[in-house]
Design a protein around this ligand. Structure first.
Ligand SMILES: [Zn+2]
Length: 202
């Protein structure tokens, strides 16, 4: 199916924001292709709320449909880096890293803890690419809130195994272990494999 004008509008919005960095533009375009034009990018007013990325098209660990992402970033002086940061989250699926389905509702404490753990692990994978694109370390995350004691411990744990995390099977092992150790019930999902088999059956 050809992209809709809305989808094309999202691509050109990202292209404009990333205008100064052809590597980042190339990443946005390749993800937009990979997710069949389903990367939506919204720019909000400067409301001081965190930038967000939301996986769409996954209704359960066995119900993987038309996968894509909705990215929502603030219109401020860090918007380019913020967009690259969120795109690097989306890039983990084509790179072969599993995603996690948390068996709890998204408002629960357990879910928030799980999201925090996954985020900390993902950042270990994403940071070197961010720097490789020429952005500076102190702009990888926004000013936001400080990590709490538990998050600091988890961050230290992932930092110690940072090199092992690069390998998708090891990533699954360490993140899965950390989730279990912190009382999170989850299932892992190989979303890229599901997308490939969808393509094959079309
Ligand atoms: Zn992040």
């Amino acid at each position: 199916m050809p992209p809709s004008s809305e989808q094309l509008g999202n691509l050109s919005r990202m292209d404009t924001i990333l205008n100064g960095n052809w590597r980042a533009q190339l990443l946005a375009r390749s993800l937009w292709e990979f997710y069949h034009s389903r990367i939506y990018c919204t720019i909000r007013g400067n409301d001081l709320k965190p930038n967000r990325i939301r996986l769409i098209g996954v209704l359960g660990p066995k119900q993987i449909g038309d996968v894509g992402f909705c990215i929502s970033i603030r219109h401020d002086e860090r918007q380019e880096e913020a967009l690259v940061h969120e795109l690097l989250h989306a890039n983990l699926i084509p790179l072969g890293y599993r995603r996690f389905w948390i068996n709890d509702d998204s408002e629960s404490e357990e879910y928030r803890r799980a999201a925090g753990i996954i985020n900390l692990a993902d950042h270990k994978l994403m940071r070197p690419i961010f720097l490789g694109f020429g952005y500076s370390e102190d702009r990888f995350v926004g000013p936001g809130r400080e990590l709490n004691d538990l998050e600091l411990r988890i961050d230290k744990y992932f930092e110690a195994v940072r090199n092992d995390l690069q390998e998708p099977a090891q990533y699954l092992h360490y993140v899965g272990k950390c989730l279990s150790d912190h009382g999170v019930s989850f299932e892992s999902m190989d979303i890229a494999a599901a997308m490939v088999s969808q393509l094959a059956s079309r």
